[in-house]
Design a protein around this ligand. Structure first.
Ligand code: CMP
Length: 140
């Protein structure tokens, strides 16, 4: 597979509990390098665009409200097979199904307030990181 980049968000439930460093420590221990990172307050338009694929889901309004409720940390992570490696270390979307040692098992509060987002494919990673970073903000 080789070295890849993926897009990550540390969500409001984690930033407000001051868990940014703890989440990053888990990522780094899993071999993922943070090659871009910034803390932002997402606008409603940014959140609606980012999660447009979920716009017909019953939880869409709640999801947008949550993601704009407090700062998030948007990131680009780089490493061997990074998309899959990141998804593995995040754990299952629903924290009650997440494996021990994963971010969501350790920190997530619920399926909605699940501490982190990660891209599900290399193609989506490229689209997602382009929404928040210009090329020269990513330094590997
Ligand atoms: P994420 O990986 O950011 O992608 C979509 C998000 O929708 C997901 O993580 C969850 O936080 C959220 N989500 C998925 N299912 C539900 C649900 N049933 N209720 C509330 N939020 C959900």
């Amino acid at each position: 597979m080789g070295v890849q980049r993926t897009f990550s968000i540390i969500k409001p439930d984690a930033t407000i509990r001051n868990l940014t460093g703890a989440v990053n420590a888990i990522f780094e221990k899993a071999g993922l390098r943070i090659v871009a990172q910034k803390r932002i307050l997402m606008t409603q338009a940014q959140a609606e665009t980012f999660y447009a694929v979920h716009s017909e889901r019953p939880f869409f309004g709640e999801l947008v409200e949550f993601m704009t409720s407090a700062p998030v940390v948007v990131q680009v992570l780089e490493g061997e097979n990074a998309v899959l490696a990141h998804r593995e270390v995040m754990g299952a979307t629903n924290p009650s199904e997440a494996a021990d040692g994963t971010v969501r098992k350790e920190f997530a509060l619920s399926i909605g307030e699940n501490s982190v987002h990660g891209s599900d494919s290399e193609e989506n990673a490229a689209l997602e990181m382009a929404q928040f970073f210009s090329g020269n903000e990513i330094v590997g």
